[in-house]
Design a protein around this ligand. Structure first.
Ligand SMILES: [Zn+2]
Length: 387
């Protein structure tokens, strides 16, 4: 009998938890624990500092090194301001598609993991299957690092980390690293007729952003032509700017944010060195004139890249199960880069298309879940053959 109806039912239950990143995911975590603990699975929560959210690291099978990590995030992006035609937190089938927030990114993969947990538990495994379910992935992969550190500190040393982000079950071998930075510039208000009596935060911000623009243009000339990344060079874009209140007031505050996306082999800090030098110089100058003015730089996130490695055991496993042998790299970051940076072979492959992720009326085609059932059935076969 196909496992699909179970996967669909689990997906419906997962979607019903509103786990938008700003909210707690603990109700969902507890629900998963209640399902898995009776199977003999060992569940460990790795909470955030405030205790309001948690990663869940689950082990099925013996406590020995090796085995496979199936990784997925439990949080979803907000639906605020989006035009949904169905309740985003109630799985709805319409025209043969399954609608709901997180259906493709990425509760579909989590539902598959849970649906197969009893089969994993029945296998008498010689090496464990781990689930690594994280929080705060959608706000810069901020939850997983503590869990990865604990997996490494425990000596679990899995052979393969399989991150089930939506890829239409295509094997994705690499992604760029993403560093997100926000900047607050504080000036000193004065009438625009007498600019020497104050400092415009907007003016300072424009100076700093022009340094970033120069870096951006230099970066566009780099990157090998045979790179799997599109574009092959690091990109730097300023996604938000807010500053000032009126044309005739020197702005007291200006905020801007930028993201830097680097293929493997580039050093983000070195790339940004001219920007940080400009920040230091501006701070020195501003503090002398108005002590309350200055520039504050906040690093919001820094997800390392995933370097393609065709010999890695995670890629070999997932290629064998899916039959996909193409080389692909993407420009969005995932927790695979973080597992990879911890020395664990990692690959991305999961149900649904990234094109539907983060949008209103997010959906997954049930055929994607059916294909997942075929792939997970093969995984069970592979494991029972002692793989
Ligand atoms: Zn995702």
């Amino acid at each position: 009998m196909s496992t699909y109806p179970i996967v669909r039912d689990l997906l419906a239950q997962l979607i019903a938890f509103d786990t938008t990143s700003r909210l707690s995911n603990l109700a969902l975590i507890e629900w998963i624990e209640h399902r898995l603990e009776p199977l003999g699975a060992v569940c460990r929560r790795i909470p955030n500092k405030e205790g309001t959210k948690a990663n869940l690291w689950v082990r099925i099978g013996p406590d020995v090194p090796g085995g496979i990590v199936l990784s997925g995030h439990t949080d979803v992006v907000p639906v605020d301001g989006q035009d949904w035609h169905t309740d985003p937190f109630a799985l709805t089938e319409r025209d043969g598609l399954l609608y709901g927030r997180g259906t493709c990114d990425m509760k579909g993969f989590v539902a598959l993991c849970l649906a197969y947990a009893p089969a994993f538990a029945n296998l008498n495994l010689s090496k464990p299957i781990h689930f690594a379910f994280s929080y705060d992935e959608e706000v810069g992969c901020q939850g997983a690092p503590d869990m990865i550190a604990q997996i490494v500190a425990h000596g679990a040393r899995p052979d393969a980390v399989w991150v089930g982000e939506p890829s239409l079950w295509q094997v994705v071998s690499g992604h760029k690293g993403i560093m997100v930075t926000e900047v607050d510039v504080y000036g000193h208000e004065a009438h625009s007729s007498s600019p020497y009596l104050g400092v415009s935060a907007n003016g300072i911000a424009v100076d700093l952003m022009s340094v970033l623009r120069r870096i951006e243009k230099e970066l566009a000339e780099q990157g090998p032509p045979d790179s799997p990344f599109d574009p092959p060079y690091p990109t730097l874009t300023i996604g938000e700017i807010r500053g000032g209140t009126a044309h005739n007031i020197l702005a007291r505050h200006c905020h801007f944010g930028f993201d830097l996306r680097c293929p493997p082999g580039f050093a983000p800090d070195a790339i940004l060195a001219p920007f940080f030098a400009a920040v230091d110089a501006a701070n020195e100058d501003l503090k002398l004139r108005f002590p309350e003015s200055g520039v504050a730089v906040h690093r919001i996130s820094n997800v390392p890249p995933l370097a393609p490695d065709p010999d890695n055991s995670a890629e070999r496993l997932v290629r064998a199960l899916t039959g996909d042998n193409a080389l692909r790299a993407v420009a969005y970051a995932t927790e695979a880069g973080q597992f990879h940076a911890a020395g664990l072979p990692s690959v991305i492959c999961g149900p649904g298309s990234i094109d539907q992720a983060h949008k209103p009326n997010e959906y997954i085609d049930p055929a994607q879940l059916e294909q997942g059932v075929v792939i997970f059935d093969k995984l069970i076969e592979h494991l029972s053959a002692g793989g």
